[in-house]
Design a binder for this molecule. Structure first.
Ligand code: HEM
Length: 154
């Protein structure tokens, strides 16, 4: 998520003159943007060696391993715990969020892209959004086998 953030930039307009801790000044009415992927992938002291490379086993320091993917400050994404699990900003629990659990369930059920109907990108945006991503399920039997028999269910 850190190296392939779906939201490439967050934009803000200053409502008053402001001086950042770096000393940089922004005047009222000026627009600023944070470019998510560059901000997430440049700093080795934050994210470890080669921070632009996908490596789910990397050790991160005292930062959120997802970088700025969910934003920061008062408008930080409130859905983040649904995605990463836990309330901790560092995701140092073993629990995955609901969306990861749902995705794992879909893959267990054999979800795969439909080879007869490839995904179609949305031509109305430069984001990597899709108008359709047809999938099919090939492993329903394996899931039924893994499920507890009806006699054991409450
Ligand atoms: C991979 C999944 C997600 C990503 C990468 C993501 C990312 C973001 C980002 C970057 C922002 C803007 C933060 C800002 O402007 O400072 C945001 C805002 C928001 N997100 Fe998410 N989000 C995700 C999932 C979710 C989910 C699952 C929910 C709800 C169930 C959710 C609800 C919201 C809401 C309501 C806001 C607006 C917050 C505000 O403006 O105060 N998001 N999200």
């Amino acid at each position: 998520m850190r190296v392939a953030a779906t939201v490439p930039a967050r934009l803000r307009t200053a409502t008053e003159d402001v001086t950042l801790t770096s000393g940089r000044t922004i005047k009222a009415g000026e627009h600023v943007a944070i470019l998510t992927i560059p901000a997430n992938t440049k700093e080795e002291d934050l994210f470890g060696a080669e921070p632009q490379i996908f490596n789910p086993h990397r050790e991160v320091g005292k930062v959120a391993p997802w970088g700025l993917t969910f934003g920061s400050g008062s408008h930080t994404c409130p859905g983040r715990p649904l995605v990463t699990g836990g309330r901790s900003m560092r995701a140092d629990t073993e629990i995955d969020g609901s969306l990861v659990t749902v995705a794992r369930g879909l893959y267990r059920a054999g979800m795969e892209l439909d080879p007869d109907s490839p995904p179609r990108l949305d031509p109305a945006t430069h984001y990597n959004n899709y108008v359709s991503v047809p999938v099919r399920f090939s492993g329903a039997k394996a899931v039924a086998t893994a499920a507890r028999p009806a006699s054991e269910r409450q």
